[in-house]
Structures are given as C-alpha cells and as structure tokens.
Design a protein around this ligand. Structure first.
Ligand code: SF4
Length: 327
C-alpha cells in the first residue's frame, strides 16, 4: 500500500481510546503514507507522530472545492473510526479503494469491509477499533503514555505559580460531562470531596470545558479557599500537563478522564448511565467507580427514575479509589 487514510473520532474520549489502533497501524504500515482527518482536538496526538499528514475535518468536508487537499490523491485503504454515515460517505467520496468501518447507521453499502460490532459493552471500545485493523493485518503494540511536551509543562507550571499553588499537592476535579446529567455525579458530593482533600493539604483545580465553567465555579465557591476554576481556560495540551503534575484527577466519565488516564496520572472516574466495560479510560493508574443498578447501563443522557446509579456512588467509595490510584 502506498497511501492510507484514517477518519479519526470526534469525541476526545473516543480519540484516546483509538490510540491502541493508531499506534498499531503506524507500526504496521511500513513505507505507506498515513493521512488522518479529524477535528482540531485530534492535533493533541501530533506529538505521537502517528500520521504523516493531518487534514482538518472542515477542509475534508469541502473536498470538492478547487483547493481540496486531496486533489488527485488515490488512497489504497481508509478506516472510518466513527460509526456515522458521514464518515463512510467521506471515504466513498474520496474514492478510497478499500473502505473499512463498522457496519452501522445504514452505511454498509458504502464500505468494502463492514465490520459487525458486538453489543455495547461486550468488548472494550479500544478492542472494537483494533478489530477494524484485522483486514489490514495490523499487529498490536504496547501503548505508550501520552506525555505533555516541555512547552505544555512550562505553561502548566506558570499557571500554578500564578495561582500560588505550585508547591502544594494538587488534585484536579472534573465535575462536567457534555453527554448530560446522567453522567454527572452530584455537585454537592464533588464539593464535599473537595473539602476533605483540602483538609488533607491538597489544592484543587476545577477543570473542564468552557460549558462546565459555571458548574465548576459554583463548586469552587462552596469549597472556598484552596479551590480554583480553570474550566474553559486551558488548551488540551496544558490540561494534559496539569493532570500529569497532579497527585490525583477525580472526574466524571468525560474527555478529561481519558486525558488524565492516558498521561499515566492517578485517575478516578465516576460512571453513571454508561458502561465502564465499554469505555473505561485506558491508563495504568485509572480506577473506575460504578455502582450499577439493574437498569444500568441505559446510555441515557437524563434519567426519569432519580439517577440511582450516581446517587449510589458514595464519597467514601471515591476516596477508596483515590487511595488505590495514588498508591
Ligand atoms: S435509568 Fe438507571 S442507569 Fe440510567 S441514568 Fe437512571 S439510574 Fe442510571
């Protein structure tokens, strides 16, 4: 093969769960040129040199324009990691010869290799991604940590200095989850846990995306001195460095959980309506807390019966997981 194309997942968590596949593909592709199409967030993986050329999703979507980056370039094979119709359609439109992806969303006719998926949670998502590489005969490789660069570390250190907390043991709290409230542990428990951590000498960063800012601010206000909100202020690279510098990251099942785990940081992840068997973060020091009632996993964004899965997660069970992760 001379040229391969990978359509990367859009969600940060899915992207990081695709790393075993991407590393395996890179190790197996020999002299072939590897191209990737993804959202700007996927540039976080530039540091791993997993591809020769990266194209932004917006540019790829406008591929019929005169300035299409793909003009006249034949691809021998392409893998659509997202299960969406549009990602398979993109491979087809680009004239990719072997088009590989999950058999889903009524798109199998667009693919030359439509791979059937097991029921959600039967296999970890990273294993499902690896199964897409079987027809390309890719092997497996050991997954390296996703380490921050020097510049990212310097940026994180400067922020901690500005906040006056560069010497204290640091805990990152991630109370957000874009998916919906059925993934969010109650804010008052994050606040109570935060107060206990501060009593033990920690300083706290309330982290997340811009849309998590208000919730993070509210929790920081309840906790009081020693809690600082950085949600919406950091790039993914700086957030990676902050997690790597922290003693602990405690977060809902969100992109932040996958980021901290990938860095090899001590990470405690609280699961609600979704399946930890399917999408637990990959990392040697990641610990999951899930108390699944009979209705779990329902994969719903909101709950009509009182969020029992999240209510059942006690502060003490999260503290025990913290001890295990940080040991
Ligand atoms: S239905 Fe069950 S698993 Fe789903 S959010 Fe509600 S309590 Fe949690």
């Amino acid at each position: 093969m001379r040229r391969l194309l990978v359509r990367l997942p859009n969600w940060l968590g899915d992207l990081l769960m695709a790393r075993p596949f991407l590393h395996a593909l890179r190790a197996s592709c020999g002299d072939a040129e590897l191209w990737a199409i993804g959202t700007p967030a996927s540039r976080l993986l530039d540091r791993e040199q997993l591809w020769h050329r990266w194209i932004g999703l917006d540019a790829a979507v406008s591929m019929r324009d005169a300035h299409s980056p793909f003009e006249g370039l034949p691809f021998d094979a392409g893998v659509a990691l997202p299960p969406s119709f549009s990602s398979a359609w993109m491979l087809w439109r680009l004239g990719v010869a072997r088009r590989i992806g999950f058999a889903s969303d009524g798109r199998s006719w667009l693919l030359t290799h439509a791979v059937r998926r097991p029921a959600r949670g039967e296999r970890h998502l990273s294993e499902e991604y690896l199964s897409l590489g079987e027809s390309l005969a890719i092997g497996r490789v050991e997954l390296p940590l996703l380490l921050p660069g020097d510049e990212d570390r310097a940026q994180a250190s400067a922020r901690l200095r500005r906040l006056g907390i560069e010497r204290a043991p640091l805990a990152v709290l991630g109370p957000g989850a874009a998916y919906g409230p059925a993934k969010r542990w109650p804010a008052e428990r994050f606040a109570a846990l935060g107060r206990r951590l501060i009593a033990r000498g920690h300083r706290l960063l309330l982290a997340g995306a811009a849309e998590d800012r208000d919730a993070a601010d509210a929790i920081a206000t309840v906790i009081g001195e020693g809690a600082h909100t950085v949600a919406g202020e950091t790039s993914l690279s700086e957030q990676l460095a902050l997690c790597a510098a922290a003693r602990l990251t405690i977060t809902n099942d969100s992109g932040l959980a996958h980021l901290a785990a990938a860095a090899g940081a001590a990470t405690v992840v609280i699961f609600g309506s979704t399946s930890s068997a399917w999408t637990s973060p990959l990392g040697p020091r990641a610990r999951v807390v899930q108390r699944a009632p009979v209705c779990s996993p329902c994969f719903q964004r909101t709950c009509r019966i009182g969020y029992r899965c999240l209510e059942a997660v006690s502060i003490e069970s999260v503290e025990r997981a913290c001890e295990s992760a940080a040991a």
